[in-house]
Design a protein around this ligand. Structure first.
Ligand code: ADQ
Length: 489
């Protein structure tokens, strides 16, 4: 197998994530159409030239019949993807239940679901069992396709048991695990009934990675306090070996945004938007509609700003683009109505016959439209209550080479550690503080804007997604070699 430039690949890389980077739609008994869903992880790995990457994951559809499974496997193979087939019950218990109802809120400091605490506690054990079972199903598929020398990179909170399952099959497999969310303080992790099992399972990996040094430190503290293990600056001593624990901050493919902004169709889009909002400053929010993104808090802060600054009412607009996710979960449905209600109230209160202060869209935007929006924005508002990293803040900075707009960024997003010096950092729970930050951003002198932008732009263009992936995989290779040398000594 060869790379595009004709050189041989250094190694095979098996990327294991809950979802494959394609969505599958069934067109007939044995025919499928596939659509690539370009998320952050996909673009990160597309840029990795040294490794021949294969994806293993769930295709997001229930395929109960053998004919359908065979046809989908064949179609996916052309995209170097290998499916894990999960039935509806497993998806309900493992994905909707344990992953999204328990681990996701807990890792973002939102605790267990409030209204349904007792019901959740009762169903906890069956969801946890399904979680282990699903992880074993992923491990079976990885093991079936594994070849000696491959590197296996497991992703995210859905697959915390995977390193342990894989090492049981083959202790020589090179296994890394990376968490895309925060890892919370050990005091939060302690409340989880399966706290120890999850830590043991992750520690079976050779390398454990997080977006920030703080998350890595929380993980090591959880291992020392809950499991009584020895933590070192390098990681955790576990069963006679060192499990390396480190921070690997993700980035974006900034060139992709630069190239898009040069396209005539994107330039046209930019001109149209500039014409549409020519007498107003544009503020922008782009988020998945999720509790962790702090969308209601952001809008309330904007309301407070308008309340305190009547002169700005006709001169500023907030564009909030929110992609609906997990729409079948009642808590997410409630969040949607809450956001609609607040937006309606504020537009009724401060709008006029010719202009409304907030444009709220409940949908995803295509890549080019998103780039154009980033480019015309004066102030971006990222107010996550917690966020592993937050790539929207990076994407905004990448598209601001001309305008040099201001980023208001939550101190609880991982990105605050890398873009903190150029952004205005805020506590998203403090609406007065966020309103004051909006005021500061809209009135900022050009020289200060340029200096702040320069700092962030350098970071975003130098610490790319490709660098992130290559650093992780190289470190994983080195960790295994060092461990082998240590055992020989
Ligand atoms: P997410 O929670 O999905 O990712 P984020 O990092 O901001 O959050 O990435 C979202 C991606 O979706 C961005 O590429 C953005 O452009 C896109 N997107 C969001 N809203 C959109 C819209 N309305 N239309 C079109 N595209 C939209 C998780 C973690 C993060 C972590 C990433 C990567 O929660 O903290 O940064 O993984 O590790």
């Amino acid at each position: 197998c060869e790379r595009d430039d004709g050189k041989p690949f250094r190694q095979r890389l098996l990327v294991v994530a809950n979802r494959l980077p394609v969505s599958a739609v069934r067109r007939g008994e044995d025919s499928w159409s596939l659509e690539i869903s370009a998320g952050g992880l996909v673009s990160a790995l597309l840029g990795v030239k040294e490794f021949e990457a294969r994806w293993i994951g769930w295709a997001g559809v229930n395929v109960p019949d053998e004919i359908g499974q065979k046809a989908l496997t064949k179609a996916l193979a052309e995209k170097r993807c290998i499916p894990v087939f999960l039935d509806e019950e497993i998806v309900h218990q493992y994905y909707n239940g344990y992953c999204n109802n328990i681990l996701w809120p807990l890792f973002h400091y939102l605790g267990l679901p409030q209204e349904d605490r007792l019901a959740t506690t009762r169903s906890f054990q069956s969801q946890f069992t399904a979680y282990q079972k699903a992880n074993q199903m992923f491990a079976d598929v990885v093991n079936e396709h594994y070849e000696e020398g491959d590197v296996v990179w497991c992703h995210d909170y859905h697959l915390m048991f995977l390193p342990q399952c894989l090492k049981k099959y083959n202790s020589n497999m090179k296994v890394g695990w990376f968490l895309h969310t925060p890892f919370p303080s050990s005091e939060i992790h302690r409340t989880l009934p399966s706290r120890s099992e999850l830590l043991h399972a992750v520690l079976a990996a050779d390398l454990v990675g997080f977006h920030t040094y703080d998350y890595a430190r929380h993980f090591v503290s959880a291992c020392t306090r809950i499991l009584g293990l020895e933590g070192t600056p390098e990681g955790v001593e576990y069963q006679g070996k060192l499990t390396r624990v480190a921070a690997f901050p993700i980035g974006i493919d900034s060139h992709r945004f630069k190239r898009a902004l040069e396209l005539p169709e994107v330039q046209k889009h930019i001109k149209d938007l500039e014409e549409r909002f020519k007498h107003r400053k544009v503020m922008l929010g782009v988020d998945r509609l999720d509790m962790i993104k702090g969308i209601p808090q952001k809008i309330l802060a904007f309301e407070k700003f308008l309340e305190e600054n009547p002169d700005w009412r006709e001169k500023v607009v907030l564009l909030q683009i929110a992609v609906p996710t997990r729409t079948d979960v009642p808590e997410y449905q409630k969040l949607t109505s809450q956001v609609h209600e607040i937006v309606g109230r504020i537009n009724g209160r401060f709008g006029s016959l010719t202009a409304v202060p907030i444009h709220h869209l409940d949908r995803s935007l295509d890549f080019y439209a998103l780039c154009a929006l980033y480019a015309v924005t004066d102030v971006a508002l990222v107010t996550s209550l917690r966020d592993g990293m937050n790539l929207v803040s990076y994407e905004f900075v990448a598209c601001q080479a001309k305008k040099k707009g201001v980023l208001i960024l939550s101190e609880f997003a991982g990105a605050a550690q890398s873009l903190g010096a150029g952004a205005i950092l805020v506590n998203p729970w403090n609406i007065t503080e966020v309103a004051a930050a909006i005021d500061k951003a809209l009135n900022m002198e050009p020289v200060e804007r340029q200096n702040r932008h320069k700092h962030n732009f350098e970071h975003v263009t130098q610490h790319t997604a490709q660098e992130w992936a290559e650093t992780f995989v190289s470190e994983l290779n080195d960790t295994v070699v060092e461990a082998q040398l240590r055992t020989k000594q």
